[in-house]
Design a protein around this ligand. Structure first.
Ligand code: SER
Length: 328
């Protein structure tokens, strides 16, 4: 991979992935694209506005830039997906199909961001294996499980080099998530540093897989660089780093901010979504096939999050529950 095109670059993953790719391959070799033209200001470097639901525009961008790899990150997350299920279907699956068609035409590899949400409550949710049955019950999860299969299809049928990861909830101090169930694990840090208190929308004992963004970005790049002959699972690999409940995270934050207080006001939609997801996924296949290893556990992640947000002065009153910009 020498040239990369990132779709959804202004989102939580894209913002940091673009920086990492540019550090590795050079500014001019990474084209950032996003539905929101204002993402250009944050991302810097080569940027084009791009709506992934516009197939002709996706093909034109891939044709012009000729990337070795397209990182496709644009999607509606779980909460927004439940509020607007048909839009989630159109963006998450329609957008992916446009990307795969463009990649097929222009011989690019494709990275697809899948998720722990591609699993559902009909299986045992502790240490969910790579090949567990996928019967998600959210529209977000359904589009991601189907997306994994469509990526496999393009590999089997057209030899497109598709690869993907099942990301856990992602935690970052750089860019906000938007419309996800795991967003609480980012919001809590902002609120803790700014106000010393946070009202959590999930029950105290809700355990989910989580990951610090530097690990997630490195995983995406390492997967795309992995020796393809070693990959028996392309779409998509379980990766894990840490598992915690809101109560455990609050205790960890309190080690740095002793006055921090977590309160709970359970949001029924978010709670139902979280209860349908794995408490932990088994990432042994990723470890064996391409050497995946996380670097951050809950303690290391919390220390960095608090330090970065304190340094920034955290004048912000806390992350608002940002609604992602979505096509009409
Ligand atoms: N972070 C996503 C969400 O909460 C899960 O992949 O929707």
């Amino acid at each position: 991979m020498k040239r990369a095109l990132v779709i959804g670059a202004g989102g939580q993953v894209g913002t940091e992935l673009v920086v990492a790719l540019r550090a590795r391959y050079g500014q001019e070799n990474v084209l950032a694209t996003d539905l929101r033209p204002d993402a250009a200001a944050t991302l810097g470097g080569p940027f084009e506005p791009l709506d992934c639901t516009d197939g002709e525009a996706v093909l034109a961008a891939v044709r012009r830039f000729r990337p070795h790899t397209v990182f496709h990150l644009a999607a509606l997350l779980s909460v927004t997906g439940e509020e607007r299920p048909r839009l989630a279907y159109r963006v998450n699956l329609g957008g992916l199909l446009n990307v795969l068609e463009a990649a097929r035409a222009e011989d690019s590899a494709v990275f697809f961001a899948s998720t722990i949400a591609s699993f559902g409550p009909s299986i045992p949710l502790d240490l969910v294996p790579q090949d567990a049955a996928q019967r998600p019950t959210t529209m977000y999860g359904i589009t991601k499980a189907a997306g994994e299969m469509i990526c496999d299809y393009y590999h089997l049928r057209y030899r497109v080099d598709t690869r993907g990861l099942r990301f856990p909830g992602l935690i970052s101090h750089v860019a906000e998530p938007g419309g996800g169930t795991t967003d609480y694990a980012v919001e809590v840090f902002q609120a803790a540093v700014a106000r010393g208190a946070y009202t959590c929308p999930l029950r105290a004992d809700t355990q989910l897989d989580m990951m610090y963004m530097p690990d997630a970005v490195r995983a995406a790049i390492e997967l795309m660089q992995a020796d393809p002959s070693r990959l028996t699972h392309r779409n998509a690999c379980n990766i894990a780093a840490m598992q915690f409940t809101p109560r455990m995270l609050a205790a960890e934050i309190a080690r740095h901010l002793p006055h921090f207080r977590m309160e709970y006001r359970v949001d029924p939609l978010r709670q139902a979504i979280a209860d349908s997801w794995p408490r932990r996924i088994d990432d042994s296949v990723a470890r064996e096939e391409w050497g995946w290893r996380p670097e951050y556990d809950i303690a290391a992640m919390t220390a960095e999050m608090v330090a970065h947000l304190r340094q920034r002065g955290s004048a912000s009153p806390g992350i608002p529950n940002r609604r992602p910009t979505v096509p009409r």
